[in-house]
Design a protein around this ligand. Sequence first.
Ligand SMILES: [Zn+2]
Length: 414
Amino acid sequence: MILLKNVFLDNQACDILIEQNKIAQIAEHINAPNAQVIDATGKAILPSFCNTHTHLAMMFLRGIGEDKNLFDWLQQDIFPREAKLKPEHIYALSRYGLLEMIKTGTTCFTDMYFYADETLKAVQDMGMRAIIPYLGMDFFDDNKTDEQIRQARTYLESPPSSPRIQKVLSCHSVYTCSEKLIRAFVALAKEYDTYLQVHVAETQKEVDDCLQKFGCRPVELLYRWGAMGPKTLFAHAVHLDDNDMRRVKETGTTLAHCPTSNLKLGSGQMPLQKYLDAGLKVTLGTDGVSSNNSLSMMSEMKLAALSAKNQADSVTAGKVDDIFALATRNGFNAFGLPAGQIKEGALADFILVDRNNVFLLPDNNRLSNMIYAADSSCITDVFCDGKAVMRNKVIPNEAEIIADFKHTCADLLK
Ligand SMILES: [Zn+2]
């Protein structure tokens, strides 16, 4: 049991009792003689962030292949370097990515990368929460298709090592995956009652190529292949037409918005407010650091808000409360997790911020300050599943994680 004493929730100080992995009680004064007491005077509590699209172990590619469009960047800079990756690199790269996530207030994320078992190990060791897929990407090579279907089943068959981890599936995209692979993954996801993630309609070129090859747009194609539903997450979804939006709504599919990556790679701007007004489920993600170039959900919120206003040509687009929900509860809820809000019964995933931080004063509107004014320097403590993963800005083993990362980069980029 943990008792947070004198912490600000909204506009008043209170006590918050954490029992096991949940917020058990919120009251003006709580007596809990057996609890570990944390004096939170001068701090405010907020939900932690859920990053719903990233490629965690791409940390070694930060700053490589700048100022190119998605397809040139992937073919010329990313795929050739990723070809050198071995399972033993992934653990060090993932731990370093998690370090950045913790420092920027994220406790939960969903990934899409190779050698998922190594990422799982890093998540387990650092106390984080994650939704980790087996990634299918066969490049239309039949030999790879069958092998990846077999590996995906093996991956799902063994249970995750922690209740904080969900094992799911991912097909990279309709331009890197065959129909056979996608249909098989859809069937596996149904069989194991798990989630499926796909990059969808990220660029106009992807839509045009799909129209030429299949005679329909990517969303409609995935709909025909049975890939949409309440347990499907489409990353990006920048270029949807009205029919696509109808499919998303009727199937309850979730869209992960990645505004920084979309603007940086020249992919376009999601019409966020139009999607929200239509009642679509939208979450927020950073994408990999190779196209962001950070994992900070705070930066992502600011850009999501500004991009929404710019795209809609309306100051009322991208409202503070909506943007904060995208980065917190919408993300957790998309994966069936009762978190992203500070209330009794919710999972104890939260951050503490310094109320005297230079970016948080005056405290007229804390969420607005978090989105538009502050950076992660205001975050002092991060809790995931009822346990501290950062206390007073200290993360266990930080120096060792950084040294291990540098060593791995030197090996990969030599
Ligand atoms: Zn991506």
